[in-house]
Design a protein around this ligand. Structure first.
Ligand code: NAG
Ligand code: NAG
Length: 276
């Protein structure tokens, strides 16, 4: 009976999540980053000495990457939890989520950005339709040669399409590793830096579980994709998801570089002027 249960459990784990011990490693912050429960849970903490962070053991090149995250509860003002894919080097690519904490009862800000060939400046920010500190929610990045889709609990919040045809670089040539970290950014993060981190609330803790990388893996100069992973390569938003994205943009978007004419007095970036 016990053996059957254990096998079943292993099977379920295989389906629903990878094991953190194999797939992720704590890279800084000493014991402020922890892998717990036989690799099923990971926590990162920040205190007045240091934050902490992890990275994936593997490099990915296209696919869908999901992680369930529960953000720092209570008064998290001043803290930033970053969760992103990034390549190395000067002309690096990056696909970013950053979660900016807030005072108790005030909304988190989800900051997103896309870097291609070293250039970012493509920020969009959102508030959420739920409190991200109470339960785990799934934060996903779908990345294929045509598009990048950020989604939360399978609801798309942002799409960055490949516009190489009009000369906009798209993250395509570099494999990327997954990173996450928690750090103090009270110089700017919360309400423009007016609200400082309250260290009496430390340690600040973000929790992670059910990491799933349905992604092509780049190793020793070779990329390998499983048949299941390949199904992501042609995915785009269907009508239902186009509408969901619209709902998010209309109700929860609080900043869009594409409408920031003050910031771009010479004219908005080219990709912002494309008609769908
Ligand atoms: C950090 O916090 C601890 C506990 O509150 C306190 O004893 C210590 O002095 C603080 N250290 C710094 C560098 O602020
Ligand atoms: C914090 O709450 C304020 C007030 O609701 C809001 O304007 C702001 O966008 C929130 N987020 C951050 C990171 O300041």
């Amino acid at each position: 009976m016990m053996i059957i249960l254990m096998l079943l459990l292993q099977f379920l784990m295989g389906v629903y999540g990878e094991n953190f011990i194999q797939d992720l490693k704590i890279t800084w912050g000493n014991d402020r980053g922890k892998i717990l429960n036989d690799g099923q849970l990971l926590t990162l903490t920040l205190d007045n000495y240091s934050g902490s962070g992890f990275e994936s053991s593997k490099e990915y090149h296209f696919g869908k990457i999901d992680m369930q995250i529960k953000l720092v509860p209570g008064n998290s003002a001043g803290t930033v939890t970053a969760y992103y894919l990034s390549s190395k080097g000067d002309t690096h690519d990056e696909i970013d989520y950053e979660f900016l904490g807030n005072l108790t009862g005030q909304p988190y800000t989800v900051h997103t950005n896309v870097y291609a060939e070293g250039k970012g400046e493509r920020e969009q920010q959102f508030h959420l339709w739920f409190d991200p500190t109470v339960e785990f929610h799934t934060y996903s990045i779908l990345w294929n040669p045509q598009t990048i889709i950020f989604s939360i609990d399978e609801i798309p919040i942002r799409e960055f399409k490949n516009r190489e045809s009009i000369g906009i670089p798209f993250p395509k040539t570099h494999a990327m590793r997954l990173y996450s970290s928690i750090w103090n950014a009270d110089q700017w993060a919360t309400q423009g830096g007016r609200i400082k981190t309250d260290w009496s609330q430390a340690p600040f803790r973000a929790s992670y579980r059910n990491f799933k990388a349905d992604a092509c893996v780049r190793d020793a100069g070779r990329t390998s994709c499983s048949p299941r992973t390949l199904t992501w390569m042609t995915k785009k938003l269907d009508d239902l998801n186009v509408n969901r994205l619209k709902w998010v943009r209309e109700n929860f978007m609080i900043y869009n570089y594409c409408t920031d004419t003050k910031r771009f007095p010479q004219g908005l970036p080219k990709e912002c002027r494309v008609r769908e």
